[in-house]
Design a protein around this ligand. Structure first.
Ligand code: 3PG
Length: 394
């Protein structure tokens, strides 16, 4: 793909698609991680003398309607403070009365999903967006799995379509971990359900030397191995699938270890009493909420020797302190390992931040769904179209 960093942007109208879909609380930005990650791209465009327009979606508003709670106004304020300069929020940026952007100025275009046709990747809308710029920069890795007007259609019609620094960095880090991994490669896939991560599990189990499963996903593997999981969250209809995954992995010389000890509770609550048990001693009224210290130590040993680590999903209910040790131990083991490590997904990032290992993970992805689709081995449509354009432009 063509990279923004390689282009001359002097006096160019540069329209940057970013993923500024951040959580808000009482009308202010509650977590600015994605805005911070996008900041170097905006600064670089300014340094290069561009007239900067930034567009993003926020949430999932009803198409064709302006909904105040989905306005990018709080994001514009946040960005303005970071840049230490005014950031104009443009409601009608696709209308003829739009006041052109000056060099050095930053304008935020109001939520792209207010436009009819954004989600459907409408051709007319994509053309209209493309007409607004000399250069289109796709930098929204977190939305690169969506083929929408602002992430895909526009790239067909903009005079120049390129990848921004954040998108380029994400792709480079993920490709390094998945395409040319230093061995042994270990993936940790946690979270509540096998069904929502089945394709990720299938795809990763073919690549890795060890696949560590956690959370509700591990419960289904524990049950598949023949142990009682009591009242734990697990998916009965996927027991055979888990057995098949385990056997296939073994045949390839890989392993999907089942926890040897677990931390149980009798109900899902912040004050639930935690009881450590051997995995073969889980009672009918138990719910498994975490892995035990023996399992954590075993997994930490695996991670210590890893060359590459890919982490998506917590190992237990880490929001409650009595069930957080397993996820914490794994986070610490990743932090201490010399492996090239990559973490992504909302819950994973919450864990990374809770256990203060942000600086010790080699790369933290801004993607949720996009990160998972990359792990599944899927082509991201917003990246594919940039590749096609690059082939045409060269
Ligand atoms: C995300 O938060 O995963 C991205 O911003 C994509 O949002 P979407 O799932 O609403 O398309």
């Amino acid at each position: 793909v063509i990279k923004m960093a390689d282009l001359d942007l002097t006096d160019k109208k540069v329209l940057i698609r970013q993923d500024l879909n951040v959580p808000l609380k009482s009308g202010v930005v509650a977590d600015g991680t994605r805005i911070l990650a996008s900041l170097p791209t905006i600064k670089l465009a300014l340094e290069k003398g561009a007239k900067v327009m930034v567009m993003s979606h926020l949430g999932r508003p009803t198409e064709g309607e302006y909904e105040h709670k989905y306005s990018l106004a709080p994001v514009a304020n946040y960005l303005s403070a970071l840049l230490d300069q005014p950031v104009r929020l443009e409601q009608n940026w696709l209308e003829p009365d739009f006041i052109p952007v000056e060099r050095g100025e930053v304008v935020i275009c109001e939520n792209v999903r207010f436009n009819v046709g954004e989600k459907a990747n409408d051709d007319a809308l994509a053309r209209r967006m493309a007409q607004m710029c000399d250069v289109y920069v796709m930098d929204a890795f977190g939305t690169a799995h969506r083929a929408q007007a602002s992430t895909h259609g526009i790239a067909k019609y903009a005079p120049i379509a390129c990848a921004g620094p954040l998108l380029a960095a994400e792709l480079e880090a993920l490709s390094k971990a998945l395409d040319k991994p230093a061995r042994p490669m270990v993936a940790i896939v946690g979270g509540s359900k096998v069904s929502t991560k089945l394709t990720v599990l299938e795809s990763l189990s073919e690549k890795v030397d060890q696949l560590i499963v956690g959370g509700g996903i591990a419960n289904t593997f524990i049950a598949a191995a023949g142990f009682n999981v009591g009242k734990s969250l697990y998916e009965e209809d996927l027991l055979d699938t888990c057995r098949r995954l385990t056997e296939d992995a073994k045949r390839r010389g890989a392993d999907i270890p089942v926890p040897i000890d677990v931390v149980c509770g009798k109900h899902f609550a912040e004050n639930a009493e935690a009881e450590l048990k051997s995995v073969d001693k889980v009672a009918d009224d138990d719910m498994i909420f975490d892995i035990g210290p023996k399992s954590a130590a075993q997994l930490a040993e695996i991670l210590k020797n890893a060359g590459t680590i890919v982490w998506n999903g917590p190992l237990g209910v880490f929001e409650f302190s009595q069930f957080s040790e397993g996820t914490k131990e794994i986070a610490m083991a990743i932090a201490e390992s010399n492996a090239f490590s990559i973490a992504g997904g909302g819950d994973t990032l919450a864990a990374v931040s809770k256990f203060k290992v942000c600086d010790d993970v080699s790369y933290i992805s801004t993607g949720g769904g996009a990160f998972l689709e990359f792990l599944e081995g899927k082509k991201l449509p917003a990246v594919e179209i940039l590749e096609q354009r690059a082939a045409q432009q060269s």
